[in-house]
Design a binder for this molecule. Structure first.
Ligand SMILES: C[S@@+](CC[C@H](N)C(=O)[O-])C[C@H]1O[C@@H](n2cnc3c(N)ncnc32)[C@H](O)[C@@H]1O
Length: 282
């Protein structure tokens, strides 16, 4: 019995990769972000712009509070947490090469069931994420997912990977909500990682349409104010954002570290190197 518990603890501490492709995902930057932070003596962690969860999946906190404004995304985490085996079997039904028609059939079903908190919807979500064009998540004005087919030979997670994520999620709670809903839950000493949709950069626009609500300059200003309030409460706050003057000017009194990442920009096929910021108060 003792041995089994030890094995599980080891899994919780493992640094894991996301199970989805996610625009603006921090997978390539996460080591650099971690090397700039002292994460000792932190018990509780909040990640309210969860996306692919690069930060959470690398970390090891006693309690994590994970949330995002995308209900289908949150459902996928919840279903993996509850039953990684069934997610794996569901995805295994899709044998590559995936036909375009199958993609659009699943997309129709996904839209019909949008927001359903079910295992089937989670399987559809992961399937679409892995086979769509660049793995982006974009909805039209009526909230329908409308990304075209992109990848006939998707790489789905192994059963071991899904089980490891499930083990890690046992110490996390999941919620579908606006980022600022964590406002009444945070306490002195908590760590908050904020990774919002990035501002549009003229013709080299960052993709930022994850949800129907657009994250514009006013949203960025509100986020900076929110971060400041959390800082005053005694929380440790880290923010990722684009390296542009509009963003820098919002964080005058914060420590700002430059880094660079390869990203898909606009509709271009290749990734290009862009500068990003790590903004922190500790
Ligand atoms: C840049 S992505 C996060 C990427 C993530 N850190 C990763 O490594 O994959 C931003 C996320 O914020 C979510 N989002 C957008 N507006 C939001 C809001 N107002 N409140 C909470 N989440 C929001 C999007 O659904 C998206 O998943």
């Amino acid at each position: 019995m003792k041995e089994e518990i030890n094995i599980d603890l080891k899994k919780e501490n493992k640094s894991l990769k996301p199970f989805i492709r996610w625009a603006g995902g921090k997978q390539n930057l996460i080591n650099e972000i971690f090397s700039n932070l002292d994460l000792s003596n932190i018990d509780r962690f909040f990640e309210p712009f969860l996306g692919g969860a690069s930060f959470f999946l690398k970390s090891d906190f006693n309690q994590s509070f994970l949330s995002d404004l995308n209900p289908n995304l949150i459902n996928s985490y919840q279903q993996i947490k509850n039953d990684p085996n069934s997610i794996f079997s569901g995805l295994s039904e899709f044998k590559p090469p995936i036909k375009e028609k199958l993609y659009y059939d699943i997309r129709d079903k996904f839209n019909k069931h949008s927001g359903d908190q079910t295992l089937e919807q989670a399987i559809r979500f992961i399937f679409l994420n892995r086979t769509s064009f660049n793995g982006i998540y974009r909805v039209n004005k009526s909230g329908k997912y409308n990304v075209p087919f992109g990848k006939a030979n998707p790489a789905f997670s192994s059963l071991e990977h899904l089980k490891d994520i499930s083990t890690k999620l046992q110490k996390a709670s999941l919620a579908f909500d606006y980022y600022d809903s964590i406002n009444n839950s945070t306490q002195r000493g908590d760590l908050i990682y904020l990774d919002p949709p990035y501002p549009k950069l003229s013709d080299t626009a960052y993709f930022n349409h994850y949800t129907l609500d657009k994250f514009d300059q006013t949203s960025q200003e509100e986020l900076a104010e929110f971060a400041q309030n959390q800082s005053q409460r005694g929380c440790k706050v880290v923010i990722s954002n684009a390296d542009i003057e509009d963003i820098r000017s919002l964080y005058n009194n914060w420590e700002i570290i430059e880094c660079s990442a390869y990203r898909f920009i606009s509709c271009k096929k290749e990734k290009i190197k862009v500068k990003e910021l790590i903004i922190k108060n500790f």
